[in-house]
Write a protein that binds this ligand. Structure first.
Ligand code: SF4
Length: 349
């Protein structure tokens, strides 16, 4: 198990963030907040795929009014995403958000920030204090990368000081960039300098097929170093996809147990005896809805397949026109190719 960096604990409604608690996976709703029914529909979908926390944008008063209705029916804790407006922040807290995301850099008046802090204290909620590379004050486009990290850290230090001076420490820190390397570097610096829980992710990573690698590299590298207490994979698209990728990152680092079936598929090569991709897709479809934590492998040949799938609970290793069914590394049946899928599912059930 990877060792996590020691942190304070942030209380986010029923969820606690910090090194002693599971890493929370979060995303944002991507429908209009004023469409309460659509928001709740999306939140329920997210809950089903293992989302822990959902964030909702509240740009207008109509949105904070809708937020109250969403909070009342949401199956998971709701975080409000606030920009520029202290009034929206206070309305969101009063609407029942368990945390607000605030980039103090875009609330110009320090008195406004103090009003938000007082309200958050009174409602015992957390605040995620964010520094985004794109919005830091002294940043010019020709500033060298190393200096950018230093500027982000300096900005974060000034915000944390402001909150601590006001006696508020239910904080989660986040420093975001669209750049993978800078995201890693600035979060390392934040982890060295502060002991608050950290929210990690890239500001924007692109369409799902483009976002997968940069997000996995940035978030995975930091988590492997013990940094990060809540994660958000930013993808232009379905938030369910963000949660699916986030859960896979955690699982691949052994930071969360795999829930439900896990499908392993060989990469295929010149020894392959069947259409592995088509067979694996069929297996995946048939595994949907199964909640058993079972590891299933689909391998293209009997040369290396049995060995490579030795740690699977069940494996299909294809031969010419037939396949071999393995259970925990032991061959249990030889089945005609067209009956492989059914034989596997029978064994699973
Ligand atoms: S299991 Fe067989 S077909 Fe699949 S990659 Fe390994 S050697 Fe190639």
């Amino acid at each position: 198990m990877l060792k996590r960096r020691k942190t304070k604990t942030a209380a986010v409604g029923p969820i606690k963030l910090g090194h002693q608690y599971p890493i929370a996976v979060q995303t944002m709703t991507k429908v209009f907040t004023t469409d309460v029914a659509a928001c709740l529909r999306q939140i329920r979908q997210l809950e089903k795929c293992g989302c822990d926390l959902v964030r909702i944008a509240v740009p207008t008063q109509a949105d904070t009014a809708a937020l109250a209705k969403i909070v009342a029916k949401s199956p998971m804790p709701v975080v409000a995403d606030v920009h520029f407006s202290a009034t929206r922040a206070i309305e969101a807290i009063e609407a029942g958000a368990v945390k607000i995301r605030l980039n103090p850099g875009n609330v110009k008046d320090k008195n406004d920030i103090r009003r938000i802090i007082d309200c958050a204290k009174a409602h015992k909620i957390a605040i995620r204090v964010g520094v985004n590379e794109a919005s830091i004050r002294d940043l010019k486009s020709d500033v060298a990368p190393a200096k950018r990290t230093a500027l982000m850290l300096k900005e974060m230090r000034s915000y944390v000081r402001l909150f601590e001076k006001a006696g508020f420490d239910n904080l989660v820190l986040s420093a975001k960039s669209a750049d993978t390397v800078r995201t890693i570097e600035v979060n390392r610096a934040i982890a060295e300098n502060f002991d608050y829980p950290i929210h990690i992710g890239l500001t924007h990573a692109g369409l799902p097929e483009d976002a997968l690698v940069p997000s996995s590299v940035a978030i995975g590298t930091l988590l492997a170093e013990g940094i990060g207490d809540t994660i958000r994979v930013s993808v232009a698209g379905d938030p369910v996809e963000e949660i699916r990728i986030g859960k896979q990152i955690l699982h691949s680092l052994g930071l969360t147990p795999h829930k439900g079936p896990e499908l392993i598929v060989c990469p295929t090569c010149g020894r392959c005896q069947v259409n592995v991709v088509a067979l694996a897709k069929k297996v995946r479809k048939r595994l949907e809805g199964i909640t058993k934590p079972i590891r299933v492998a689909v391998m293209g040949c009997v040369v290396n397949g049995p060995g490579e799938a030795a740690d699977a609970d069940l494996a299909i290793c294809a031969g010419a026109g037939k396949g071999y069914l393995y259970k925990q590394g032991k061959k249990i049946a030889v089945v005609e190719e067209d009956q492989l899928l059914d034989a596997l599912m029978k064994e699973i059930s």
